[in-house]
Each structure stands twice: as C-alpha cells, then as structure tokens.
Design a protein around this ligand. Structure first.
Ligand code: XLS
Ligand code: CA
Ligand code: CA
Length: 447
C-alpha cells in the first residue's frame, strides 16, 4: 500500500517500482538503458538527465481533443466530493507515479495543482493550501520540484493575452497569479520558474500595438524577476520559446528571438531558455539547432523533452523516442556544460487511445531510455573526439596571425580587404558533412 502522504489509496496497484533490466530485457515495465547510478563521464546518469514528470499532461489531461470526449478516466477524481478533494487525490496519484517511476523531479502549473477559486484571493488560498500539502508529498516521496509556472492561457480572461493584454486590469490579475505561483515555487524548493507565453502574441496585427505589447511583456518579466529576487530566491527564470499555437504569432518565437529580447531588455542575467523539442519543430528548426543556439550563448537552462510529428503543423507533445534526436540533444547539452538548475521535463502526453493503466509508465520509460541512450552516444562523440576535433580544426586559421588579429578587432577593414586580395584560391576545403554523419551513425550503433 502506498504511503506517499495520506496513504489512503494506491492508484497504480499493479505497478511496482520500475527497475533497470538492461537492453536485452523484453519487460515493458523496465528500463533498457536508463541505469540511474551508472557513471557516464564524470557524473551519474540521473545527475546528467535530471528527469521531471509534467503534472499537467500526466495527471490533468484526459485524452479529450477538439473532436472527442475524454478517453482517460482519472481514477483519482472518481470519489472526490469537491475540487479541492479531487486535487488532493490527484496529488497522491502524482507522487505515487513519480516515485514508482524513479524520476527525481516534477514540474507544475498553478492550475494543475490547485483549482481556480471564485475570487483571486480564493485561488491564491487554494494554491497555498495545496502547495503546503505538496511539500509533505515531496518529502515523503523523495521528489523535488524542477520548476513551477503559471497557467496564463486557459481562463477566458486571458483570451487577449496576459502580460501583453491590452487591458491593464488583466495584466494586474496575471501578476497576482504569477506572484502566488512564484511563492509556491519558492516554498516547494523549486529550482526554476518558467514563462511560456501561449497568449503573449497576436491573432491579428489590425488590432495590435506590437511595440507596446513587447514593452509590457518585458516590464512584467522584470517585475516578476525583481519580486523573486527580493524573496531571496536564487533559482533560474526561464522563457520557453514557441512560435505559434494558440496565438497566430507568439513573441517568444524561437531561441534566437528570445535571446535578442532578453538582451534588449536587460533580462539575460536572470533568464535562460527552456527549450522544447516540439516547439523547435513548429519554428521550422530542429531540436539540436535550438539547443545549440541557447548553449552557445550560455543561456541553455532546461529542456521540455518531447517530440512533434514532422508531418503535422501542431503541438502533438509526444513522448521522445528518436535516438538520433536525443543523441544530438544530449551532445548540445553536454557541450554546454550540462544542467545546473534545469533538467529534462517530459512535457508529453500519451495518445488518446493509449488507455491501459500501464501506458503512462511505458511512455515515460521509453522517453527516459531514449535520453539515457542519447547521453551515452553523446559521451561517445565527445570522448572519441573526431567530430569536436574536426570543428576545432576547421577554424584553426583564426588561432594565430592575422586571423587572431581579426577576432580581437585589431585589423582595420582596409587591411582585411588588402589581405584578401593576396590569398588567391582560398576556401576550397571540404566541410566533410557526409563523413561526419557516417561517424555519428557508428556511435549510434555503439561501434
Ligand atoms: C505549451 C507549453 C506549456 C509550457 C508550460 O505548448 O509547452 O506546456 O511548457 O506552460
Ligand atoms: Ca513545454
Ligand atoms: Ca508543446
């Protein structure tokens, strides 16, 4: 019998603690590659990967889509007498699940954990009550909070945006919600706080003052940052880029756009990026590109580990299973120095027709294995050194002489131009792309 907090009920009675069984195992409820204590490079797998379960998809989403009714009945709400009791049962189910899975972290939106009240004050009270309970659950289950966030997109009041709403009263309401969510995150020892601006964008430019909305967004984020720091909180603030959906255009379009925004408004000391694989794809990039872009600027904070469906134009939030993609993702993460406050959050949902009680476990196991294997492959790329060595060598002409002077800003443009005319047949060096791709494929197969 589970005794995560109330100990009243076990919601996944048929599932025992998930264990590592090795790649040859046929057991769907065992890890094939994720061996938490195994050392890869200098750290244990679990410390590289820092897996988190997303409260919203795993314990709130019910399989409903725009065309059909829910398909995932949540046993934890069946016997609840009111929304607060339902939230308590859901919490017990969540912590039972997370600790049986062996993920160290979770992430939540305020509204995933606590129901909206009749008034802003009641909503805040609900969150305080449930956060106090979550604190006990975290302790009992040995689970930590990777990041918290505020749901500023579901309620109709946010239909025209939250921080970028054209009405000041909504901006203020959003602030009351974010303040409470930051308080709850701090109370729960959260290592990060995420802003995903689903409705911070526009549906039509005919009714939008772009400049003013972006200024408002920056002002709001700066104030939230100042509030968090005033409480003595040292965690990371994250912006999660996404180009569209639900808005036609979202201001946090992609990593490069967000980096420009953060620097323009002086937010880059406190904010880093939370990169989601599916959002990368919607922006017309790949996951590797987005991670490299953030990591190369020292701004990679955390990751929403999922995948999209390349033939769809929307956010399908599927569990990651593409080892090529996870290997390149882990390569970017390792090169960027690995996670400090961040981790790999499974912002992913099981499919509408995955209706067996075990499917949520199987999905997470697959995702954890995909990143564990990706980690090992990434480590191989680094240890073997062929690919990073090639990149280093490619820029060798900037290491000394005029190239080094150019990098340091010691050449005038006239001198640079003069040197150019003396070089003759330059630039015909192979980029060796196919060779490097073949090398990568050997690592993927463990060769
Ligand atoms: C939606 C986003 C969202 C954020 C947290 O597309 O992925 O779930 O991760 O608000
Ligand atoms: Ca996300
Ligand atoms: Ca998504």
């Amino acid at each position: 019998m589970a005794d995560y907090y109330t100990g009243k009920k076990e919601y996944f009675p048929k599932i025992k603690k998930i264990k590592y069984a090795g790649a040859k195992s046929g057991n769907p409820l065992a890890f094939k590659y994720y061996d938490a204590e195994k050392k890869v490079g200098k750290k244990k797998m679990k410390d590289h990967l820092r897996f988190a379960v997303a409260y919203w998809h795993s314990f709130c989403a019910d399989g409903a889509d725009p065309f059909g009714a829910p398909t995932h009945p949540h046993p934890w709400i069946a016997d609840a007498r009111n929304p607060m009791e339902a939230a308590e049962h859901k919490m017990d189910a969540a912590f039972e699940f997370i600790s049986k899975l062996g993920a160290e972290f979770y992430c939540f939106h305020d509204r995933d954990m606590s129901p909206e009240g009749e008034t802003p004050a009641e909503s805040i009270k609900n969150l305080e009550t449930l956060a106090a309970r979550a604190k006990k659950c975290q302790k009992a289950a040995g689970v930590k909070l990777l990041w918290g966030t505020s749901n500023l997109f579901t309620h109709p009041r946010f239909m025209n945006g939250a921080a970028t709403n054209p009405e000041f009263s909504v901006v203020a309401l959003a602030a009351s919600q974010v303040k409470a969510a930051i308080d709850a995150t701090i109370e729960l020892g959260g290592q990060g706080f995420t802003f995903w601006g689903g409705r911070e964008g526009y549906m039509s430019l005919l009714n939008t003052d772009l400049k003013r909305e972006k200024d408002h967004l920056a002002r709001f984020l700066s104030m939230a940052r100042d509030y968090g720091r005033k409480q003595g909180w040292k965690g990371a603030f994250y912006i999660e880029p996404k180009p569209m959906e639900p808005a036609k255009h979202q201001y946090d379009y992609d990593t490069e756009t967000v980096i420009g925004f953060l620097r323009h408004y002086g937010l880059d000391k406190d904010f880093r990026l939370n990169i989601e694989a599916n959002h990368a794809e919607l922006a017309g990039h790949d996951f590797f590109h987005e991670l490299e872009t953030a990591a190369s600027e020292g701004l990679l904070g955390s990751v929403d580990a999922n995948r999209g469906e390349p033939r769809n134009g929307w956010d399908t939030d599927q569990f990651p299973n593409n080892y090529y993609e996870t290997a390149l993702a882990m390569y970017a993460i390792l090169k960027g120095g690995g996670f400090s406050t961040g981790g790999l959050n499974f912002d992913a949902k099981i499919r509408r027709n995955s209706v067996d009680g075990e499917d949520l476990f199987i999905a997470h196991i697959g995702g954890m294995d995909a990143f564990a294997a990706g980690l090992e492959i990434a480590q191989r790329i680094i240890t073997d050194g062929v690919i990073p060595g090639f990149v280093k060598k490619r820029y060798v002409s900037f290491n000394a002489g005029d190239g080094a002077k150019f990098e340091k800003g010691e050449l005038s443009f006239e001198t640079l131009a003069g040197l150019g005319s003396a070089y003759g047949r330059a630039g015909l060096t192979s980029g060796k792309q196919e060779y490097l791709e073949n090398v990568l494929n050997r690592y993927l197969l463990g060769l």
